[in-house]
Design a protein around this ligand. Structure first.
Ligand code: ADP
Ligand code: ZN
Length: 426
């Protein structure tokens, strides 16, 4: 859509007025932000340009938790048409409320993301994201409808029936988490089907990281083009950024969301290209506005222009969320680092988990449970031990730490129909 091709001047003008509008609305209508501005000794008139915007204090996950349930509202509740809440992967849920205009803009944004990924009004899209408080299901649903695609609102779970309907309905677009896409392919094979014969054309994957190895695996299993998109409840839901068919980073809908990347320790703004924590400001939101929300997601803004010709900046794939960072013996570890190492071994599957052994609140030990593939599974103790040794060595050099490794039988780790749970406590 045309907004993705705006000139730099057009973007600057949009962002300038968009940020001003967001600030004025929050200051005038949200008791929470009125307080934030007063405590910072700021007035909306002090922020004349995006360059001044960094004077606005950050909003954190904790702020939103404390505002439970309606403390972030900036309109009377009768103007709120829908409520969502974060799926609570980590901690207490966070509530978001949407006005009619919020829902409309959100749907248009998601439609743009789907279109970028190559989906059109001719497609039949099965939504295997959960429908409910989670923003994934409804978010993609209204976006795809907006685009004119045929929507099959299956929701998550009930894998066998999903597969049957997928064939009967001639679904050619799949919306799910990457881990569910792999699980569905596994189930299809167990039932004697060849997933490549289903006719899936495009995958719209989101909600959790998708490593290169996982993406390749999904593409090979289903014979589809996998695209990744990103979003979070606190800012709106899915549809903040997504891949075009170049699949080289996710274009941010910059006319709707103002992105910044900061040093997570100092809060300092980082230039494009440098890795840090993503901070987002939705510029259109009436219901529960947020300014400078610290997403906890680690990424960078890609300075180069995309080959597709869109002028919106891209963000790189998320390498971790700060809530998922494990600190053990002073070393910081993200599950994505483990995943990268495992991708180098054909004997192991994309299913793994990090088991934390805690003592007095501290992580004392880390065990990485790794599932073998059917091909990698062997009765030979010697071979398994050799594999175990090679994996441990690679983990040690990547993580600067020597975790325990436990090789598991194929299909022994719990599967998920939503977001994979990579970290568990023992
Ligand atoms: P929860 O915080 O309970 O998981 P959400 O459903 O709002 O609730 O999830 C948003 C989070 O999911 C993001 O902050 C991010 O960490 C993760 N996420 C969403 N899309 C992606 C993606 N494409 N790549 C990596 N992580 C993602
Ligand atoms: Zn592009």
């Amino acid at each position: 859509m045309q907004n993705d091709f705006f000139s730099t001047d057009e973007f600057s003008a949009r962002q300038k007025s968009g940020l001003q509008q967001a600030i004025n609305h929050a200051f005038n209508n949200s008791p929470f932000y009125r307080r934030v501005f007063e405590q910072a000794g700021l007035e909306p008139a002090d922020i004349k340009n995006p360059a001044d915007f960094s004077r606005v204090p950050f909003t954190t996950k904790n702020d939103l938790r404390e505002a439970y349930p309606y403390g972030m509202a900036a309109v009377p509740l009768d103007k709120i048409l829908r409520i969502h809440a974060s799926s609570g992967t980590t901690g207490k849920p966070i509530v978001a409320g949407y006005t009619r205009s919020d829902l409309d803009t959100w749907a248009i944004g998601v439609a743009r993301i789907c279109e970028m990924a190559g989906v059109s009004a001719k497609d039949i899209a099965q939504i295997s994201f959960g429908y409910g408080l989670f923003t994934g299901g409804f978010g993609l649903h209204y976006g795809l409808e907006q685009l004119g695609a045929t929507v099959v609102p299956f929701s998550s779970g009930n894998t066998e029936r999903q597969l049957t309907l997928m064939q009967d309905f001639k679904t050619n677009v799949l919306v799910s988490t990457p881990s569910f896409a792999i699980y569905m392919a596994e189930t299809a094979r167990e039932l004697g089907y060849n997933p490549r014969e289903f006719g899936l054309r495009i995958g719209l994957f989101g909600g959790e990281p998708c490593s290169d190895a996982l993406r390749k695996d999904i593409e090979a299993q289903w014979g589809l083009k996998a695209t990744v998109n990103y979003g979070l409840t606190e800012v709106v839901g899915p549809g903040i950024s997504g891949e075009c068919l170049e699949t080289a980073g996710m274009h941010i809908l910059e006319d709707l969301y103002y992105p910044e990347v900061i040093d997570p320790d100092t809060g300092e703004l980082l230039p494009d290209g440098e890795k840090g924590e993503l901070v987002l400001t939705p510029m259109f939101k009436e219901g529960f506005p947020v300014l400078r929300y610290r997403t906890g997601d680690i990424t960078r803004l890609i300075p180069e222009k995309c080959a597709c010709g869109r002028t919106t900046r891209r963000m790189d794939y998320i390498t971790g969320r700060s809530d998922d960072m494990i600190i053990i013996k002073g070393v910081n570890i993200f599950p994505s680092q483990v995943e990268e190492v495992l991708a180098g071994f054909k004997e192991v599957s994309p299913h793994y988990r990090l088991v934390l052994k805690k003592e007095k609140g501290f992580i004392k030990d880390l065990e990485i449970q790794i599932e073998l593939t059917e091909e990698g599974f062997t009765d030979s103790y010697k071979e398994l031990e050799a594999l175990d040794g090679r994996i441990r060595q690679r983990l040690r050099s990547t993580l600067s730490l020597a975790p325990k490794v436990k090789l598991m039988e194929p299909k022994s780790l719990e599967r998920t129909t939503g977001k994979a749970k990579r970290i568990v406590e023992d």
